[in-house]
Design a protein around this ligand. Sequence first.
Ligand SMILES: Cc1cc2nc3c(=O)[nH]c(=O)nc-3n(C[C@H](O)[C@H](O)[C@H](O)COP(=O)(O)OP(=O)(O)OC[C@H]3O[C@@H](n4cnc5c(N)ncnc54)[C@H](O)[C@@H]3O)c2cc1C
Length: 420
Amino acid sequence: MAAMKNNLLVTILLSLAICCLVLTVGLTVEPTLTEIGLDGEVSVEASELEAVSLDFGRLSRREEKTTLALVRPASLDDVVKVVKAANKWPSFAVSARGHGHSISGQADTRMKGVVIEMGKGSGEIKVWEKEMYVDVWGGELWIDVLKATMEYGLAPMSWTDYLYLSVGGTLSNAGISGQTFNYGPQISNVFELDVVTGKGEVMTCSEERNSDLFHAVLGGLGQFGIITRARIALQPAPQRVRWIRVLYSNFSTFSKDQEFLISLHGRQASQRFDYVEGFVIVDEGLINNWRSSFFSPSNPVKISSLNADGGVLYCLEITKNYHQGNADSVDEEIEALLKKLDFIPTSVFTTDVPYVDFLNRVHKAELKLRSKGLWDVSHPWLNLFVPKSRIEDFDKGVFKGILGNKTSGPILIYPMNKNK
Ligand SMILES: Cc1cc2nc3c(=O)[nH]c(=O)nc-3n(C[C@H](O)[C@H](O)[C@H](O)COP(=O)(O)OP(=O)(O)OC[C@H]3O[C@@H](n4cnc5c(N)ncnc54)[C@H](O)[C@@H]3O)c2cc1C
């Protein structure tokens, strides 16, 4: 009897397994998606599915065809309909894709499913001039947010170095750059979000309302819902930027100066820089690298003449924003701040650009690299937070040790305040 029961159990399990296999292999979402009446587009074109399985990193590509369809929503309603359909039986996975500029396939579905390419969606960027915030669709690119807000003389405060990234994409990470020491990452500059949850409900969340969801979605790597609208804080936009680079041959002096500069956060604008970043130069060619195309070529520097410690130099990058009207006082403010730093005196490189050109600086390099076919290549990239207590060891072990003169890729150092 017992043996028979066991046999029966095995048979039932076996037939269940076969049944599941058939369902999984045969799962096609196309009829479901055409039946739910989307206003946007649905594509099952092999070339389009292949394209969304790739991203900027070019490090991962789905071997088995996990992406069954691609949806380009025309509205919030479309996103809701797809997520609700994904919850019905047979269910399928859903993944939001912004501009596909992460590096390891984060915006692709890991299981068989549908990629929602957020794109322009409903397309509206609504600037609330008096309230000093802007409402944007989750798939909107930061460059377009900047252009729209600049029409009102306003701009968000915290940025990434590159602006062809989507609002939903960077808010799902953190969004850090040289302004973070002062304003915090981009996720600290959001008032409110509309999120489509895993069940297909639309929830508005903020610090005060559904705050668990708000905090889970910000920096949540797309795992807690799809951001369809973000309300982002604005401030009056400056007109121009004085952009300065100075060099160091000694790492402790460099990091001490970086730490000093970020300790000035919250001071009056005249008493601090507006942006503090830096990079490591382990290769002489790098001083004229893709990030420096705004600096005049008459600024080349002979690294060998600078007495680099262990063959490595450190470049501090700082900016001061200003309005035409106070251009005179800017020079004095910069001079006073530079006097407090301990860089190599002959290594000051300065340029002056419109605010939008500064924020959009990497795009210029992108166009150059694209023209040489060097943009659509693999981009291995690693971000690490290193505590102040170990940064000197990191310099010795990694910059001077592992990397020393053997890499030509950019190595950026962003000083950060933990409390931001
Ligand atoms: C050249 C370059 C420079 C960069 N510079 C910086 C920098 O200075 N600072 C910085 O912080 N980062 C930087 N990044 C990294 C970048 O911020 C992240 O990779 C970001 O996720 C890319 O945005 P995306 O729109 O391309 O997102 P995608 O790659 O499309 O998606 C990234 C993640 O977000 C999720 N997601 C996308 N949209 C939504 C949404 N609407 N709702 C919920 N989840 C969503 C996806 O599912 C995925 O998990 C840079 C990247 C590149 C390529």
